[in-house]
Write a new protein. Sequence first.
Lengths: 317, 241
Amino acid sequence: MNRFLIPGALLALALVYPLLVQSLPVYERLGALVLLGAIGASAWNIVGGYAGQVSIGHAVFFGFGAYSSVVVYTHLGWPPIAGAPLGMALSVLLAAAIGVPTLRLSGHYFSMATIAVGELVRVLSSTSEFLGGAQGLGGPAIPRTVFDLSFLSATPFYYIFLTVLLLLLGLTWTIERGRMGYYLRAIRDSERAARSLGVSVGRYKLYAYMLSGAFTSLAGSLYLCMFGFVDPESGFGILISVKMVVMAALGGAGQLFGPLVGALILVPLEELSNSLLGGQGAGLTFVVYGAIIVIIARFLPSGLLSLLDRRKVKRAD
Amino acid sequence: MLIDAKNVVKAFGAFKAVDDASVAVREGDILGLIGPNGAGKSTFFNCLTGDLPVTSGTVSFAGADVTRLPPEARAALGLARTFQVPLTFESMSVLDNAMIGALLRHPHAGDARAKAREVLQRVGLGPVIDTPARSLGTPGRKRLEIARALASEPKALLLDEAMAGLTPTEVLDAIELVKRIHGDGITIVIVEHIMEVIVSLASRVVVFHQGREIARGTPREVTGNPAVIEAYLGRRKVRHA
C-alpha cells in the first residue's frame, strides 16, 4: 500500500492547491499553467519518451488544437472548446500524413523532419487570412454562455486541466503496462531486435504518434480557451515544441510522471523570468532552455526521476 | 521443407555478396552454414530473416512465399533469430526483454510474463530474471537473445554466430542449450565459425565461399572436401624437387 501513499498525498495536494492560494491569483494562474504544460509534455512523452521518436515539431499539433478552437468561434460562432474534438481529429490525420513518410527515418533525421514540418505550418499559418494571418485570432471577448469557458479566476481552468491530465496519465499508465507500452520501449531500445520478435515497428510508432498528436492538440485547445487568443508564434512557434521536449526530458522522458515533474520546475521558472524581466525576458527563455538541455545531456540523460530510481537501487542492495 | 531459399542473389552495387545460393531446411533439421570470413553466409542468413531484401531469388517459409515480407511478418509466421552482436533492450530488465518475444503469441502482459519466466528458466537465466539486462555480460546477452527468440514460440530458430565471443566452457554449455532447444522440436539454422560447434550440432552443412555454395553434406563429408579445405586454408603449393 506504501506505493500509493506518495502519489495519493500528491493528488490530494493537487486537489486542494487552489484553496490554499485562494487570495493569490498569480499562484492560481501558475497552477493552471503547470498543469497545461504537463498535459502537453505528457502527450509528447508517448511518442518522444516511450517510443523514443524525438519529435521537435509537436507545436504543429498544439497549433492545430488552438486554431481549431478559435476558428469554430470566429467562423461558426461556436464556443472554442467545441473545436477541441475537431482539432484532435485533424491532428490524428496530420500525424498519419507526417508519420507515414517520416517515421521511416531514424534518430536525428526524424527530429529534423518534424522541425521542418512545424516551421512550414507556422509560415503557412501566418499567410492564411482564414487563420487571421500574422495577427492571429481571438476568442469570445465577453462570455456568452458558460460553454465559452471564460472565467475571471484561473481556478476553473485549474480543475479542467487537472481532469484532462489525470485522464491522460491514466491512459498512458494503461498503455505502459500493456503490450503497446512494452513494444514502444522495445522500439526505442532497438528497432531491429523488435522487428525480429514480430513487433510491427512502423504501425506502433504511428499509433503512438497519432495518440500523442491528438492529446497535444487538446492541450492547444485548452490553451486557447484560457488565453482566448492565438497567433502563429504562440500556436506553431518552435519554442512550444522545445518546451514539451525539455519538460519531459528534465523530469524523465519515457516515465509516467517525468513530464509533470519537468513542468513543475520549468513553468514557474519561466513565469518568474517573465515577471522579473518583463518583455525583455523572451530571449532569456531560450538561454535558460539551452542551459537546461546542456545540463540534462551531460549529467542527467534519464531525467530527474532517475535520481529516485538510483536511490531505490542502492536501498535494495 | 520448412525453409526453402531458391537462387538467392544479394548484390551491393556490382558486388554479389550472395551469388545464386539455394538452401532447403527440413523440419526438425539442424543446418549449419559455414565458410571463411566474408563468404556471404551472414548476408544469406539476413536474406532468410528478411533483414536484407534479396536482389533476386525466392525465400519461402512453412509453405508461404516470404520473399517480400519484412522481418516482423516472418517472425509472426514462426521464424525467429538471434543477432551476432546481441541487440539487447538495454533499458529493460531481463524478464522484460523476454516478454517482448512472448507478447507475439500472448497479447496480455500477464500471460506473456508467465511465458517469459518459463523460457528464462529453461535457458538458465532464472537467477537473473529481475536484473537490468544491461548488467549482463556477453554469455548472458547471447543467452537472452536465444530466450527472447524462443519466447516468440518459433518453428525455426536461426542462430547467427551464437557462440562467438564465448569461452570454451561457455561454448559447451551453449551447445547443450541448442541441443535441448532442438529436442523440443524446433528447427535450427546455425551460422558458425567454430568448426567444433558445427560438427557436434549440425546434421547437414552448407559451405559458402565468395558468395557461392561450394559444398554440402554431413559435417564429416564437408570437412574432408578438398574445395572446403582450400577455401579455408588456401591451395597447397606444389613443390618442385
